[in-house]
Design a protein around this ligand. Sequence first.
Ligand code: SF4
Length: 359
Amino acid sequence: MSKGVNDLADGPNVVIWDITYACPLRCMHCYSESGRRGSRQVGPDDLLRITDAIISLRPRLVTLAGGEPLLVKGVFEVADRMSRAGISVIVYTGGWTFRPWMVDELARVCRRVTVSLDGPAPEVHDRIRGRAGSFERALRALELLDAGAHRQRERGEKAVEFGIDCTVVRGNADHLEAFCTDIAPRFPELNSVEFCAAVPSGLASRVGFVERELLSDEQVAWLESDGLRRRLRSLTPSSVRVATTGNLELRMSPAQLAHGPAFRAVQIEPDGQLRAMPIYEGTVGSLLDEPPQVLWERAVARWSDPFVTEALSTAETMQGWADAARRIDYRFGSDADRDRIDRREAFPAVPVASARAVR
Ligand code: SF4
């Protein structure tokens, strides 16, 4: 066992479970290519077996993402089981499938709900999210959460905690202030707004996307600057936490790992396959077949694989990171992954007009 594995023997502190690849949206930057591939969703028994395997890894935090987690029958039982085991659970949603009855369930079973919103107006958000009407649906979800949190507080109950997550690309980078001045004040119970740079993963690793929508190095530096953070916070109601990140820790480059295991995360695919490295293709086995700790150790070993180390040694720029991501995906992805990558539409993706027909 390498030194790195010994250092990481406690297991991951964060688990990202893409619990389904089904999704009603068609985002240009989708890391998981959801909605454009089979859902790989498992049945209720295996859902709970994967849940228990994740719990046995004793992470501090589990994010239920996808795909659209709220499409999964049984997602509330999954979140409840994890929360009862002392794990913080965050549920991500695009808001399209959000229903009023979900507010009380989410307050009961998770720590926070995060609604993805990529623009302060439909023309920005719907273009990035690939479906006309998605801005209105996301705002409707935020309205329901806001009203629900207010109601719960008045009843003396635990109020649902909710936030907004914006994936920052070139097409919305000029609109961040409007989230603070136009969107946040509409929801008095809102807890947070987070601006997170798109990373070159999945559809966001396509050459055309990298050239036209992935932030440049200068834009990432700007997104992470104290000056921008101060400016955005000054524009936002003081009750709302504002954060920005360039997401650079997701690179997992040799230079970063040399500083120690600051980022101990694993990503799980819908059917329990555990990825060796979050955001990159390539799995090391299934939680349904092998002990979770064995898979974790196998994943950590991948981080120092010579191919990975060599590929990521050039990932100091956004362009270099994207090149490295494509190489790693192709090297470690399965035959099915490579086939999917080969068949990807070139960017620009489906225009909004034709995305209307998506069901
Ligand atoms: S909401 Fe968008 S980014 Fe999220 S899974 Fe669906 S298509 Fe992908």
